[in-house]
Design a protein around this ligand. Structure first.
Ligand SMILES: Cc1cc2nc3c(=O)[nH]c(=O)nc-3n(C[C@H](O)[C@H](O)[C@H](O)COP(=O)(O)OP(=O)(O)OC[C@H]3O[C@@H](n4cnc5c(N)ncnc54)[C@H](O)[C@@H]3O)c2cc1C
Length: 94
């Protein structure tokens, strides 16, 4: 079988690349080595920027995937001492 593009890795980056390439008319194969859905480390939030990109590319996120409480930012605590507050410009969702 012939493809224009092979995207390796079906994480958020690969899925988005495959989606945009496909909607631009390329014949795309997306391959993933893990069984999906995969386990991954996660803080459990979707930022407003990511939510906007997801909706633009894939349509509205199903309400069954969204807990009603808004998320207004994130805090990263690093093992070697960093502590970073990341306020969101608009609410995200958990
Ligand atoms: C501890 C932690 C918590 C986080 N919490 C959040 C959060 O709460 N909210 C949020 O928005 N982001 C969070 N992130 C960030 C988020 O996980 C990353 O931004 C995102 O996963 C990056 O997507 P990606 O597609 O670039 O890479 P990845 O998600 O790493 O996807 C790459 C994919 O490629 C596959 N792959 C690799 N090599 C091959 C190969 N040779 N063949 C086939 N497949 C291959 C891998 O199996 C993987 O599925 C967190 C990250 C960490 C580390």
């Amino acid at each position: 079988m012939y493809y224009d593009v092979l995207v390796v890795g079906a994480g958020p980056g690969g899925c988005m690349a495959a989606r945009w390439l496909s909607s631009s008319g390329f014949k795309v194969a997306l391959v993933e080595r893990e069984k999906l859905p995969r386990d991954k480390p996660c803080g459990g939030f979707v930022s407003p920027q990511a939510a906007g990109l997801i909706e633009e590319a894939f349509g509205a996120v199903p309400s069954s995937c969204v807990v009603s409480q808004d998320v207004h930012g994130a805090r990263l605590l690093c093992e070697k001492g960093g502590d970073y507050e990341l306020p969101f410009p608009a609410p995200g969702f958990p």
